[in-house]
Design a protein around this ligand. Structure first.
Ligand SMILES: [Zn+2]
Length: 229
């Protein structure tokens, strides 16, 4: 079997997502050197971790985890950039497999019922052609054997709120606005909300505000990366 695998590699070599060198047969997606360059958070098995604490007093997140810290000039930032702007969707597969397995083996995330991505605005979706979270979410859905649901949480247009004239409406107008539809799909469910980068947490908070209106919903978070705060 190994012999066939080696032969296969001669004709179809795989390249590292981080540095483009040819991968060894025992490596997948990323070479050992680049993997060492990712600043892992180890949050998945850590209760009351840094990311969870960052939401204290703002929104009630059940569990939260991130794979790595997002640091400028680092490998993680490069990966996210390639995924979002260079259409390197295999990065979503790589990280979805990684996160899916981590969560599956963690005692903390055993009560999740479904996965919901932070949505793109429909206009941006048309422009980019894909939500960079889709592969990530679908691979996690595969490992955890729970549905990946994209129909419920929707990002709405800013112009909707511009018809409101109040001061509050203007303030809100500078923020992201989310709404929900087909609410029955996540009624009474523990939702795992997924994102690629969490910095201030404002986007997560806005999504949370929309989702929590649905009866019986509770929310946990899994992100590819987060800042060190
Ligand atoms: Zn590499």
């Amino acid at each position: 079997m190994q012999f066939l695998k080696d032969i296969f590699y001669v004709f179809f070599p795989n390249y590292c997502l981080g540095c483009d060198i040819t991968l060894q047969t025992h490596e997948s997606y990323m070479c050992t050197h680049c993997r060492h360059d990712l600043a892992l958070t180890y949050f998945t098995n850590e209760a009351n971790n840094h990311l969870e604490r960052s939401f204290l007093g703002r929104v009630k997140i059940i569990e939260a985890t991130a794979l790595f810290y997002f640091e400028k000039q680092h490998k993680a930032q490069e990966l996210i950039h390639l995924l979002k702007y260079e259409n390197q969707q295999q990065i979503g597969v790589f990280l979805g497999d990684w996160m899916g397995n981590e969560i599956k083996n963690s005692e903390r995330f055993q009560h999740i019922d479904c996965i919901v991505p932070v949505p793109l605005h429909p206009k941006k979706m048309r422009h980019r052609g894909f939500n960079q979270l889709d592969k990530f979410g679908k691979r996690m859905s595969h490992h955890l054997e729970i549905p990946y649901i994209t129909q419920v949480l929707i990002k709405t247009t800013r112009s909707n709120s511009q018809t409101n004239k109040g001061r509050f409406a203007r303030v809100k107008n500078t923020q992201e606005i989310f709404t929900t539809q087909q609410k029955h799909l996540i009624k009474n469910k523990h939702v795992l909300l997924i994102d690629d980068v969490i910095t201030t947490g404002a986007t997560i908070e806005a999504c949370y505000d929309a989702l929590i209106q649905i009866e019986g919903v509770s929310i946990s978070i899994a992100t590819m990366t987060c800042s060190k705060f």
